[in-house]
Design a protein around this ligand. Structure first.
Ligand code: FES
Length: 126
């Protein structure tokens, strides 16, 4: 296998695989507060929401990271989702709204599809 000018095998991304070229991250709070009488995102199934977002981002091949995070201080209105860096909060998002949410992000951010992921590359020698 020959190398490119960057010293990488052909087809290899020239950025760390977990860093989106777009620079955007969808942060999803999965915090559960210790006192069960206090509101928290996890109590509102934010882990299911995070999974739905991760699956949809992967299925669309979007150039954006999804990160499960700790509390972002909006516990009473969660699940809490925030676009980073410096983006707006999206509160109370449901798995059923994920497609519309991602449609809006694609349009607003001009997200491009990811370059080939390592798992999508053909096996060596093929
Ligand atoms: S528990 Fe999610 S914002 Fe606080």
């Amino acid at each position: 296998m020959s190398e490119t000018d960057d010293g990488l095998p052909p087809g290899m991304p020239d950025f760390p695989l977990d860093t989106p070229a777009s620079g955007w991250t969808i942060m999803v709070c999965i915090n559960r507060r210790l006192r069960s009488d206090l509101a928290s995102c996890a109590a509102r199934d934010s882990e299911g929401l995070a999974q739905a977002i991760e699956d949809a981002v992967h299925a669309r091949g979007l150039d954006i990271r999804v990160e499960r995070t700790v509390c972002m201080g909006r516990c009473n209105f969660g699940p809490t989702v925030r676009l980073a860096p410096g983006g707006a909060f999206r509160l109370g998002l449901t798995p059923e709204e994920v497609d519309t949410f991602l449609d809006d992000l694609e349009r607003e951010l001009g997200l491009k599809k990811e370059r080939s992921k390592i798992n999508d590359l053909p096996p060596p020698g093929s």
